[in-house]
Design a protein around this ligand. Structure first.
Ligand SMILES: [Zn+2]
Length: 95
């Protein structure tokens, strides 16, 4: 006999990341850096806003990339991160 009280309750089975309505628009779009399709049901692939660079005159240059790229990039400049990503230096295998 199944003990239903031990089964996951509705809503506990899958806990999707919290996405703003604006970020939700980017689900399915490719990440700016790694080109993987961004997802609404996986934390590491959820769409995030990233400042490609932080120079004053380019303040408004914001790209949408996956959470994982955003974390790896940190305060790096966008072009530096792209170079590292292309070189494989980050040791990340994007599957
Ligand atoms: Zn990415």
């Amino acid at each position: 006999m199944i003990d239903f009280s031990k089964l996951p309750q509705m809503g506990e089975i899958k806990k999707p990341p919290m996405l703003s309505a604006q970020m939700r628009l980017y689900v399915g779009e490719p990440c700016y850096y790694c080109k993987r399709p961004m997802r609404g049901d996986m934390q590491r692939l959820r769409p995030t806003r990233d400042h490609y660079n932080r120079f004053k005159n380019d303040r408004k240059f914001v790209v949408i990339c996956c959470f994982e790229c955003n974390q790896l990039k940190g305060p790096m400049l966008g072009r530096d991160f792209e170079a590292k990503l292309a070189s494989g230096e980050l040791g990340v295998s994007y599957d």
